[in-house]
Design a protein around this ligand. Structure first.
Ligand SMILES: Cc1cc2nc3c(=O)[nH]c(=O)nc-3n(C[C@H](O)[C@H](O)[C@H](O)COP(=O)(O)O)c2cc1C
Ligand SMILES: [Fe+2]
Ligand SMILES: [Fe+2]
Length: 397
């Protein structure tokens, strides 16, 4: 996509990445891609805000040089050091010789450590203003949204907030960068929640602090570093992020995520009983086979729903390995304050439920019931599972 004007002398010069299969080397974005949004403000002093991943170097430079001669670049603002936004910086440094890098004090060290860059950098203070001529740029440090060195840049002249990872999402652009021109808002909103639960969720407290800190600003456009720009309704993505961040303490909304795995079908049979009970109890469960679903897709559901159902057999005196992996990822992402139940078949020793309790320790999960049963699901057990599901659904508010 070629550059797009987003405000007075302000341009989006980002790139779509449809080549990277795994974001952060972890999270599948195959088929949908992601964008690295960069911006240029042309003024008495010319500014480039946020960069791109190194594999997109050629595309990035094509975009930037369509708008500005690199000799004329005065400032490079690095809101966030993660290489998806700085990968091209070594090359940029070699060609944009007159540009000064502006970043937080923490990012100064990281620029040296990651790229060997140690001169031509100026650390900006929290709340500091930079006049570029007609534009007044304000820098706000927002530690841990998403790394400790992160800041956002607010253009007080155009009221555009360059929010970097905050308010971003997966999904390369499909022709337009703006919310009001996009006919796929549901897709981008869904992918924003997946991005939030995969990347940002652990730092929900920091997200709330940042939203609070920026609440006094009159923001007309949210210009994040991944995904749609919100100019028609900037409040929408801010409210969504706020709601998602608050799930960290509330445990989420009325809903049930049912994770299951099964080797020979016994636990799967019970899963059907429990799912039917949950449904008859008034909640439609979101069901995931843990052996066949990437955890990236389970995390948004786990993050959003107050209720979590875990169905998995005992495996070598422990938990079915794919379930263990899924729950450990949930723990890493601090999926907290859930109501949960467990069920699963065993052969001789049990062990799965004990492991579930061990993994979820410290996450403030209330495990309401457990049903560890030997071998097959008898009609009596089937009924018990159904009733357990129904009770569980009714306990979720
Ligand atoms: C590789 C393997 C390891 C197992 N380890 C244990 C174990 O340590 N303790 C136990 O009680 N059952 C163990 N079992 C038995 C299963 O828990 C049992 O077959 C159960 O019914 C499987 O449930 P499923 O049909 O849902 O896969 C093991 C089964 C397999 C295939
Ligand atoms: Fe990041
Ligand atoms: Fe990022």
């Amino acid at each position: 996509m070629s550059e797009v004007a987003i405000g007075d002398k302000t341009y989006w010069v980002g790139v779509n990445d449809r080549t990277t299969d795994l974001f952060e080397g972890l999270w599948p974005i195959e088929g949908i891609g992601v964008s690295y949004n960069s911006y240029i403000i042309k003024d008495t002093k010319n500014v480039l805000i946020d960069l791109a991943k190194a594999i997109k170097t050629d595309d990035f430079f094509d975009q930037v040089t369509n708008i500005i001669d690199l000799d004329k670049l005065d400032y490079i603002i690095i809101n966030h050091m993660e290489p998806d936004h700085t990968g091209v910086i070594k090359t940029l440094r070699m060609v944009a010789k007159n540009a000064e890098i502006l970043c937080t004090p923490k990012a100064v060290n990281m620029l040296r450590e990651f790229y060997g860059i140690s001169d031509g950098i100026r650390a900006v203070k929290d709340g500091e203003t930079l006049s570029t001529g007609n534009h007044q740029l304000q820098f706000y440090h927002v530690p841990f949204v998403h790394w400790p060195e992160t800041m956002v840049t607010f253009d007080a002249t155009t009221n555009v907030l360059f929010s970097c990872d905050a308010f971003g999402g997966y999904g390369a652009f499909q022709g337009t960068i703006f919310d009001d021109e996009c006919t796929q808002l549901d897709f981008y909103t869904k992918e924003s929640l997946r991005y939030y639960s995969n990347i940002v969720a652990k730092f929900s407290n920091s997200v709330l602090n940042a939203i609070n800190k920026l609440s006094g600003l009159t923001i007309k456009t949210i210009a994040p570093s991944h995904g749609l720009l919100w100019r028609k309704d900037p409040g929408k993505i801010v409210q969504l992020y706020k709601k998602w961040a608050e799930y960290s303490t509330s445990g989420g909304e009325k809903g049930v995520t049912l994770l299951y795995g099964s080797m020979y079908g016994n636990t799967e049979t019970m899963m059907n009983a429990v799912a039917q009970g949950i449904s008859d109890g008034g909640i439609h469960p979101e069901i995931y086979d843990v052996a066949r679903t990437h955890v990236s897709y389970m995390l948004p559901s786990l993050w959003k729903n107050k209720g979590v159902v875990i169905g998995a057999p005992t495996y070598e005196v422990s938990l079915f390995p794919y379930m263990q992996a899924a729950l450990e990822k949930a723990k890493l992402k601090t999926v907290k304050n859930k109501k949960a139940i467990y069920f699963g078949s065993y052969g001789w020793s049990k062990g799965a439920l004990k492991k579930v309790n061990e993994i979820t320790e410290g996450l403030k999960w209330e495990i309401l019931e457990g049903l560890e049963f030997p071998g097959q699901v008898t009609p009596e057990l089937y009924k018990q599972g159904y009733e357990m599901g129904k009770r569980f659904a009714r306990s979720i508010e």
